[in-house]
Design a protein around this ligand. Structure first.
Ligand code: CAA
Length: 425
């Protein structure tokens, strides 16, 4: 049975997150964006409301949300503001590779305080380097074993919350000549000697979120700050992104839906030529298409999250959801501005901030071109089945091309009532 309804727990969580968004984010989004300060107070409220650190298990004091539940929170907070959503929810990204790999001792020592402290504590996902962006396997930050400890050298960039985080989740290499097979996962305490926040990005949008460039110079970390196995760092990064791309898709859904609502409110209210502009087909059709984008993005997103909860791999689905939902967010915010005309372009209304925020969702956690590449590769692999190839060969486009009509057994059935005809040879 297909069931699109949310469970009671899911609905309550979504309502709580939406209420939070409408009460604490929507009315203050402009101030939060222009303050150029880390929103500690808002983070405290989100932490107290149980909206952070979704996947920390109950055993370690966390909410142990499912992936669908994380998507519901992402949609609601994204509805409020993309930048705030990135700030509040970035712990989910940074903690996921640790949660995938931590031993019970590491969980107790390093993860538990994220969920049990009085104040919110941040972690920052540090994969990207200046020369290793889309090509994530090209990282050059080295980890060298020295007795029981590790020494880290290198530089990471675009690390969300990197300047305030207690720990950085750093993808390193123990041997750059080995490519992705040399990669490892280390956790680095920000306040250790040798860790330097080089700068914070000055961005077009999502200005209530902060991305740091970080230098690690002979940073000495304890042996138990290696998570998982050496050589598997790249896979941990990819397994993390499979999950968190569904979460970014959710953020896109929230932005896309908010754009529909802002446009529809304006179209109902704004009168020109004696009628609300929504009464004109040109506007009405735009709003319908915006709603369709948000709706399709939502179900693609929830499905890709649900696969994770079923223990299934969702690489293709999360990439599809990510590019579709964040493209929807971009297009819907552009359309929202168009419908609102000069008011949409003006800072008097939130539409332009929403559009600047949407742009980043098409870029981070893998550009939408990378998502298309991942999804396209997955589809091409899926159809490399030989079942269709029954041995019948065409001379074009090649002798190994599978039978384009698929397998058939025996004679052609008597479709025409004229007695059996022979199968093709
Ligand atoms: N799950 C498990 N294993 C996977 C995997 C997955 N999803 N994807 C790849 N792998 C495995 C492959 O099976 C392969 O292993 P084997 O050799 O054992 O078979 C290995 O990893 C290498 O895979 P590929 O050859 O496909 O790797 P690639 O080098 O061609 O790169 C890529 C693949 C998809 C392009 C990857 O580099 C990628 O995702 N790039 C984008 C990086 C990215 O998203 N960065 C965002 C950083 S986070 C951020 O932006 C946050 C912020 O806070 C601002």
């Amino acid at each position: 049975m297909v069931d699109f309804a949310l469970s009671k727990r899911e609905q309550e969580l979504f309502d709580t997150a939406m209420e939070f968004s409408k009460k604490w984010i929507v009315p203050y989004a402009r101030e939060l964006e222009e303050a150029d300060e880390f929103p500690w107070g808002l983070a405290q409220k989100a932490y107290d409301a149980g909206l952070m650190n979704s996947h920390v298990p109950k055993k370690y004091g966390g909410p142990e949300h499912s992936m669908v539940e994380e998507a519901l929170i992402g949609e609601a907070i994204g509805y409020g503001d993309g930048g705030i959503a990135t700030t509040i929810l970035a712990n989910n990204l940074a903690l996921t590779p640790l949660l995938l790999t931590a031993t019970p001792e590491q969980m107790e020592k390093y993860i538990k305080p994220f969920a049990t402290g009085k104040k919110p504590q941040f972690a920052a996902f540090s994969l990207t380097e200046r020369e290793a962006g889309s090509d994530a396997a090209a990282v050059k930050t080295t980890a060298t074993k020295d007795g029981d400890e590790w020494i880290i050298n290198g530089r990471k960039c675009f690390s969300t919350n990197g300047h305030v985080a207690k720990y950085h989740t750093v993808f390193t290499t123990v041997d750059p000549t080995k490519g992705y097979k040399g990669m490892a996962l280390h956790m680095i305490e920000r306040e250790l000697p040798g860790v330097k926040i080089v700068m914070l990005e000055d961005k077009l949008g999502q200005r209530a979120s902060f991305q740091a460039e970080i230098e690690y110079k002979d940073v000495r970390i304890p042996g138990d700050c290696l998570f998982g196995e050496i050589g598997k760092g790249f896979k941990y990064a990819m397994q993390t992104l499979d999950r968190t791309r569904a979460a970014i898709a959710a953020l896109g859904v929230g932005i896309a839906q908010r754009a529909v609502h802002e446009a529809a409110i304006f179209a109902n209210y704004r009168k020109q030529f004696g009628k609300p502009i929504g009464a004109y087909q040109g506007i009405n059709f735009m709003i319908a298409e915006m709603e369709a984008r948000a709706m399709h993005a939502r179900w693609a997103t929830r499905y890709s999250a649900w696969l994770v909860d079923q223990g299934q791999r969702n690489t293709k689905e999360s990439s599809c959801a990510k590019f579709f939902a964040t493209d929807a967010a971009m297009q819907n915010t552009i359309d929202c501005i168009q419908i609102m005309g000069g008011y949409g372009y003006s800072k008097e209304y939130p539409a332009e901030q929403m559009m600047r925020g949407a742009k980043l969702t098409q870029i981070y956690e893998g550009t939408n071109q990378i998502q298309r590449w991942v999804a396209g590769q997955a589809v091409l692999k899926e159809v490399q089945v030989t079942e269709l190839d029954t041995g019948f060969r065409l001379s074009f486009p090649g002798n190994d091309y599978p039978d384009p009509w698929g397998p058939r057994e025996g004679d052609v059935p008597d479709f025409w009532g004229k007695g059996k005809s022979k199968n093709k040879q």
